[in-house]
Design a protein around this ligand. Structure first.
Ligand SMILES: NC(=O)c1ccc[n+]([C@@H]2O[C@H](COP(=O)([O-])OP(=O)(O)OC[C@H]3O[C@@H](n4cnc5c(N)ncnc54)[C@H](O)[C@@H]3O)[C@@H](O)[C@H]2O)c1
Ligand SMILES: O=C(O)C(=O)C[C@]1(C(=O)O)C=C[C@@H](O)C=C1
Length: 317
């Protein structure tokens, strides 16, 4: 029988929130963090966490637990090296904001057979255990990768974890995911940084007048710089395309402003925002992981706005 145990590596905002949500869902779950100081709160609250990576992974190997990598991209390879040594057959997922880069690192360690990438589209501008929230993923979207060669059992287990955390699952191939998040996450982070800079350059009067538009538009500029750099630099090709589109729109607006109007950008942006507000999802109900053509069918449905809310499969994990 497939185990429902979960081993979370990295207990910051995302990993810690997954640990807490999985615990609340009744899963056997334990976690590892490189330093004890950072997880003093988790230890005080009695969570099954520690700083011995070998012990956490040996336990995952013994229990066939799903390993969740929840560290920043620059730390992923050292964690993969430890997995390759201590739990090479365990199912693995991750939560890193860029997917193709992780998939390559996993393949370089020979771990691709039991790996399915993931990305919960939820977070805050806070970091660390103290920011964790077991409800962080409720009603969020959680991408579960449908790359060629994906194992149906591991895919199901990753999707079940996402559902147990309260999310809906969007099936998507890593490269398509990366192109999409360049537009709706990585570009917004860079724009927020630019907006914050321009506002602050206005000095005390500008900052003193800042209200909703500045606050909302710059919120993610207070995210950890290391995390923002890892996700923007790790998705450079797709981000360049999105950034070029944004720069072209702003340059055109700048030129139109010389004629006294901002109409083109304002009207187009208003319609685009409405498209986001009116975006409809539909539930994928008729595809069972493992059936012939399941991967392609799920991926096509995800591309059209399909989400998985429950898994049809005999596997309980
Ligand atoms: N913050 C978000 O909104 C968000 C959302 C979805 C996914 N993610 C992804 O989740 C992952 C974790 O992000 P987070 O927001 O939880 O960050 P965080 O800073 O809150 O936590 C990062 C964790 O990784 C550990 N860590 C950092 N460097 C390490 C290293 N060199 N070796 C071992 N452990 C190390 C830290 O101790 C900490 O436990 C990142 O890959 C990020 O891209 C973040
Ligand atoms: O809400 C926020 O603070 C976030 O930045 C969350 C956010 C995003 O929406 O861009 C950030 C990074 C992710 O990988 C996923 C989600």
């Amino acid at each position: 029988m497939t185990s429902s145990s979960v081993c979370v590596l990295g207990l910051g905002l995302i990993g810690g929130s997954i640990l807490r949500a999985a615990h609340d869902a009744g899963r056997p779950v334990w976690g590892w963090n490189r330093s004890a100081d950072a997880i003093a709160g988790a230890i005080a609250d009695g969570y099954d966490v520690g700083t011995d990576l070998t012990a956490a992974l040996s336990r995952a190997a013994a229990q066939d637990a799903l390993i969740v990598i929840a560290v920043p991209m620059p730390a992923v390879d050292s964690v993969l090296a430890a997995i390759a040594e201590h739990a090479p057959a365990a199912p693995i997922t991750d939560v890193v904001s860029v997917k193709a880069e992780v998939a390559s690192a996993v393949a370089a360690r020979g771990l691709q057979a039991r790996y399915v990438g993931g990305h919960p589209m939820a977070g805050t501008n806070q970091s660390g255990w103290s920011a964790t929230d077991p409800t962080l993923f409720v009603d969020a979207v959680w991408v579960v990768a449908t790359d060629p060669g994906v194992d149906a059992d591991v895919w199901t287990r990753v999707a079940r974890l996402a559902l147990d955390c309260g999310s809906v699952v969007v099936p998507a191939e890593s490269v398509e995911h990366d192109r999409a998040v360049a537009r709706i996450s990585h570009l917004p982070h860079l724009l927020a940084e630019a907006l914050a800079m321009v506002g602050a350059a206005g000095g005390p009067l500008a900052l003193g007048l800042a209200a909703g538009s500045f606050r909302d538009g710059t919120r993610v500029a207070s995210s950890s710089p290391n995390l923002v750099r890892a996700m923007t630099e790790g998705n450079a090709a797709a981000l360049r395309t999105a950034l070029d589109e944004a720069l072209a729109a702003l340059t055109a607006a700048r030129e139109e402003l010389d004629e006294g109007s901002t109409k083109t950008l304002v009207d187009a942006g208003n319609i685009a925002r409405l498209q986001y507000e009116q975006h409809q999802r539909f539930e994928i109900t008729d595809i069972t992981p493992g059936e012939p053509g399941w991967r392609q069918k799920l991926q096509d449905a995800g591309r059209r706005g399909g989400v998985v809310r429950q898994i049809r499969s005999a596997s309980p994990g």
